[in-house]
Design a protein around this ligand. Structure first.
Ligand code: GLY
Length: 339
């Protein structure tokens, strides 16, 4: 079976039923699955022939301590350079497992089955993996491509509504960056339709993965164009740090709406296009009220790792389906964000 997308010859992305693809993709030999207890229970028949490394769940486990636990379990199991690591789960699991696999014994081959929408459209694609340090996001990690990623839209039917919506924030983000047609298709649909119609959902996943694999294929190490995938993320990361109640997608939705306002203030985006962005996010059920005062967000941004010499690389929408990255000094950004 042919992959839907590739990142060079290194990483193949399949869209469709896991059972159709997985048997042909797993190498002969030892397979170790990294997942959490819920995935272990839900997918037991699929995973049963493989040994398991169970990890916890939630952003708080995205640490070097968890990676060390995985290494120790690998040692216990006698994992060697020939072992293949299969990570099954959401973006947190694939980020951690990808980092553990790509550093254990200087690197094992690995593949992903993302089980969340956010994982399928963003986190599992593109070879970024890593962990947080002292609450600073993704401070340790590598760029190592998974051999394969299987995005199976049917796995998402059991996803809680809130998590499904979180993934849609990244789909909207992707559409704003580079796919005006996808944006228009999303405007013509509804949250319920995307949730219940596998064809609509598969289309949204495929379109998002297409944009991401194209960009990553040109700029894997984020020297330039890949930065576009961070649309809304400078503010979103600050929101997540200030409000533990908010998930990544919810924060991205707010960050995207706020940055659309900034783009209007800079004269880069028309108020009409900003209104379309806000209307789509609201229709999909996002609450776009920042959970804390913008001043607090800006304090967090000041400490952010992308703050290179006081200059932020801010992704600004310049239309629906088009954006640009601009260096903006922190003080200038603060003046643009604050009402
Ligand atoms: N999530 C942004 C990236 O993969 O570059």
């Amino acid at each position: 079976m042919k992959p839907a997308f590739r990142i060079r010859e290194e990483s193949e992305i399949y869209i469709g039923p896991t059972a159709d693809f997985l048997p042909g993709l797993l190498p002969r030999g030892r397979i170790v699955v990294v997942c959490d207890a819920t995935i272990d229970r839900l997918y037991r028949p699929l995973l049963d022939p493989c040994e398991r490394v169970l990890i916890g769940s939630g952003e708080s486990i995205k640490t070097l301590q968890t990676v060390e636990k995985i290494y120790r379990r690998f040692i216990e199991l006698g994992v060697d350079r020939q072992t293949f690591v299969l990570a099954v789960g959401g973006g947190i699991v694939t980020d951690i497992a990808g980092f553990a696999a790509s550093t254990y014994m200087r690197g094992l081959a690995f593949g992903f089955i993302p089980t969340t929408l956010l994982g399928q459209v963003d986190a599992s694609i593109g070879g970024k993996n890593g962990v947080n340090i002292d609450g600073y996001k993704n401070m340790a990690g590598t760029f190592t491509q998974p051999r394969f990623v299987i995005c199976d839209p049917s796995l998402l039917s059991s996803l809680p509504e809130r998590e499904f919506r979180a993934g849609l924030a990244e789909v909207v983000k992707t559409a704003i960056i580079a796919d005006a047609d996808l944006f228009a298709r999303l405007e013509r649909t509804s949250f319920e339709a995307l949730r219940n119609d596998l064809d609509l959902l598969s289309d949204a996943i495929s379109a998002s993965v297409r944009v991401k694999t194209d960009i990553v294929g040109r700029d894997e190490r984020e020297a330039g164009e890949r930065r576009k995938l961070n649309l809304g993320h400078t503010l979103a990361h600050a929101i997540e740090k200030c409000s533990s109640a908010m998930n990544h997608g919810e924060a991205v939705a707010i960050g995207t709406a706020m940055i659309a306002d900034v783009a209007v203030r800079l004269g880069l985006l028309t108020p009409d296009d900003r209104d379309r962005i806000v209307a789509l996010l609201l229709t999909l059920g996002f609450d776009l009220t920042p959970p804390v005062d913008a001043r607090r967000l800006l304090k967090e941004i000041d400490k952010d790792k992308k703050n290179e010499d006081g200059t932020l690389r801010i992704v600004l929408p310049v239309g629906i389906g088009d954006c640009e990255v601009r260096p903006i000094a922190v003080e200038e950004f603060a003046a643009l964000v604050l009402p």
